[in-house]
Design a protein around this ligand. Structure first.
Ligand SMILES: Cc1cc2nc3c(=O)[nH]c(=O)nc-3n(C[C@H](O)[C@H](O)[C@H](O)COP(=O)(O)O)c2cc1C
Length: 198
């Protein structure tokens, strides 16, 4: 941020530009947000790779294994939060939304086709993520771990491949600045943008 006098409309646009960069640039600080879901009385958080951000639709998405805990949690309760922090710019985004789960549809098929062999390995474990094991292990058969397998061998992973799309309902923007912090709230449900006290 180079200008403390940004207006709310510019800031909202700037936030989405940063999110798009987060999805497309692996070195972006917004590439790996922390995602929170709820399970009964517990809150669970984990890091994911941001795979897409759509400023027009106000959506974000990431890939996951449909056998993971988060998938089951989102089926029961689709409320989801995403936390981003850029330490060099000192900008935090706290995003709330509703998750839409994609599995075995055109969206997952197209994304799967673009997924590299190396990334497909994540979906090829014999047992579900979070299964307990007597030994430290990736859960992958050795030839898969060594990337000694064909594209055709990897196709079985598609059945485990899911996409979580977040319909963003609000962005809580915070900028830490020595001349005075700034905070704003972009509310897509009420359709309004407001300043807040940091
Ligand atoms: C840098 C990084 C990136 C990750 N990216 C993803 C991802 O894109 N999707 C995913 O499901 N898990 C990803 N993980 C693993 C999750 O943080 C988490 O450990 C795993 O998904 C199990 O979470 P769950 O039991 O809450 O479902 C990533 C972890 C790290 C450290």
């Amino acid at each position: 941020m180079d200008n403390i006098n940004y207006n709310l409309i510019d800031l909202e646009k700037d936030s989405w530009t940063r999110l798009v960069n987060g999805a497309t640039k692996s070195r972006s600080p917004f590439h790996t947000p922390c995602i929170a879901t709820q399970h009964k009385e517990e809150v669970n958080m984990r890091t994911v790779v941001l795979r897409g951000a759509n400023p027009v639709e106000k959506t974000l998405h990431f890939h996951t294994d449909i056998r993971s805990m988060k998938w089951d949690e989102l089926i029961v309760n689709p409320s989801i939060s995403a936390l981003f922090y850029d330490s060099s710019e000192r900008i935090q985004l706290r995003i709330k939304g509703i998750a839409e789960l994609h599995h075995e549809n055109q969206i997952t098929q197209e994304a799967w086709e673009k997924t590299s062999l190396s990334s497909r390995r994540c979906y090829l474990t014999a047992f579900s993520p979070s299964s307990f094991s007597d030994l430290p292990t990736s859960g992958l058969p050795e030839q898969i771990e060594q990337e000694n397998f064909s594209q055709e061998d990897s196709e079985v992973g598609l059945q485990n491949f899911g996409i979580v799309s977040i319909q963003v309902q609000s962005i809580d923007w915070l900028w830490l600045n020595h001349a005075g912090h700034r905070r704003a709230y972009f509310d897509y449900v009420q359709g309004r943008n407001q300043w807040m006290i940091p």
